[in-house]
Each structure stands twice: as structure tokens, then as C-alpha cells.
Design a protein. Structure first.
Length: 262
């Protein structure tokens, strides 16, 4: 596992955007570059920087296919808190990606389980995901894979915990009862099957989750810990998120990254 520590949120996002753009630009295969994407507050800075780079001609998304991590069950696309609405408002409307290359789970599907199976099959049809960008919750959940979700799980319907409902209520008039109680989500195994995984962790409130991801054992209690088993996992974090790491761990990753730049 690689842990890239940046001074603050803005620098973390700039590093992640540069990394993603570099991977897209280096992609020389005939098939599209397949990119997994999250929602939430963590990736907003990355999306803004990628959009800037796209407008500046530094990267194009014309040969990129995207798959989003999740979507609330029961929210139509035009709902302001649907993840379809979030992604188009915050990213896709600002870049040159073809509309048909965007894939987001349908929260209004008549048969949610069939929708999830279709999604997994479509990912497989492209040869899998090249790079999955993600974030984690304060309890370490990856996508909507709450604590104790199987680390080999695939895309499916997820029940959301009270903690998640409370955390996400900030988008629903601070009323947890307005937050959908279920979501469609890629599985932990769906994410870790990707060729590369890049996870954003920022803020002191996620310090325990970062420590569990890096220093703890692999456990269903912290679904983010599955990253330890991935051969090409990267965590990009800010200083604020490092508060629970041991000093030796913190210094180790700073030292390794310094040598990477030499």
C-alpha cells in the first residue's frame, strides 16, 4: 500500500487529480480507460481540478468510461440529492466525456437486484476498472459497504446504518428521517478487483479510519482495511487525517514518498 500525505485538502486533491490525469494520458490501449468514481464531499476538489485540466487541454475524457460507486434507492435522477444529479452538476457537465460513457446505478429500477447484476456485468464487459477513485466514511465504510459487509461483496442493495443516515442528513435539511434507508452500491470486492484503487481520506474526523486502513488488521469491521490486500492501492490523505497514525508509520510514508520524487 502507498500512502501519500499532503499538507491540506487542496494539495491532496491536486495530487490525486494529477495522478488520474496521468493515468488517462498514458493509456494507449484500443479500449477506453475505465474509471470508477465516488460522490460525497471528499472528491469535489479532485473533480474541480480535473475539470480545469480538461478545459486547459491537459487531459481529455473522450476515451474514458466511468462507473459510479453508488446511488440511493428510491431517488429519481432529477432529485437534487441523487448521485446522478451530483455527478452531472459537479463533474460531467464540466468535461468532454460522451454522455453514453457515463454509468450510474439506477435508484428507481423496478428490480434493484437485477440492476446490480447488470452493472457488474457491464463492468466486466469493459475488462474491469482500471482505476477506482473512492472515499471512506468516518467508520471506514467504502462506498455504501457499512461495517461488517463481506470483503468479497459484489454490487447489491445495502441497508444504511443510523450513523450513515445522521452523517448524510446534512444534505437532507439535517433531518435523518429524510435520508433514504437503502442504496445500490458496488461491493468491496468490486472495488478491489480494479487494477488500481485510489482512496481519498481527509479531515481529523477520519483519522481513526485511516489508522485502521493502514495499521489495523484486515477486518469486516473496517471495510476500508481490504485495501491492504490490494497490490496497487493508494491512499491520498491530508495532515489532519494522520492524527491517529503512529509517529513511525507517519514518518515512514513521508520518507518513502520523498524517495519516490528523487
Amino acid at each position: 500500500m502507498r500512502v501519500v500525505i499532503q499538507e491540506n485538502y487542496d494539495k491532496m486533491c491536486k495530487w490525486a487529480a494529477d495522478y488520474i490525469a496521468g493515468k488517462i494520458n498514458a493509456h494507449k490501449e484500443d479500449r477506453p480507460f475505465v474509471l470508477g468514481l465516488p460522490t460525497g464531499s471528499s472528491p469535489l476538489g479532485v473533480y474541480a481540478e480535473l475539470a480545469r485540466m480538461n478545459k486547459a487541454g491537459e487531459v481529455t475524457f473522450k476515451n474514458v468510461v466511468t462507473f459510479n460507486m453508488d446511488e440511493y434507492l428510491g431517488l429519481p435522477r432529477d432529485h437534487e440529492q441523487s448521485y446522478w444529479y451530483f455527478m452531472w452538476s459537479n463533474f460531467f457537465d464540466h468535461i468532454d466525456i460522451p454522455k453514453e460513457n457515463v454509468n450510474i446505478l439506477n435508484g428507481m429500477a423496478e428490480d434493484p437486484e437485477a440492476e446490480c447484476a447488470r452493472y457488474e456485468a457491464k463492468i466486466a464487459s469493459y475488462g474491469g476498472i482500471d482505476l477506482f477513485l473512492g472515499g471512506i466514511g468516518a467508520d471506514g465504510h467504502l462506498a455504501f459497504n457499512e461495517p461488517f459487509t463481506s470483503l468479497t461483496s459484489r454490487t447489491g442493495v445495502r441497508d444504511l446504518t443510523t450513523d450513515t443516515l445522521i452523517a448524510n442528513s446534512r444534505f437532507f435539511d439535517n433531518d435523518p428521517t429524510k435520508v433514504p434507508t437503502q442504496a445500490l452500491s458496488v461491493g468491496v470486492g468490486t472495488v478491489t478487483d480494479s487494477k488500481e484503487v485510489l482512496i481519498l481520506i481527509n479531515g481529523h474526523h477520519k483519522a481513526r479510519a485511516l489508522a485502521a486502513s493502514v495499521e489495523g488488521g484486515v477486518s469486516q469491521k473496517w471495510t476500508c482495511s481490504a485495501l491492504q490486500l490490494h497490490q496497487a492501492a493508494i491512499i491520498a490523505c491530508d495532515e489532519a487525517a494522520c492524527g491517529e497514525l503512529t509517529v513511525d508509520t507517519y514518518k515512514y510514508f513521508l520518507d518513502i514518498e520523498k524517495k519516490e520524487r528523487l
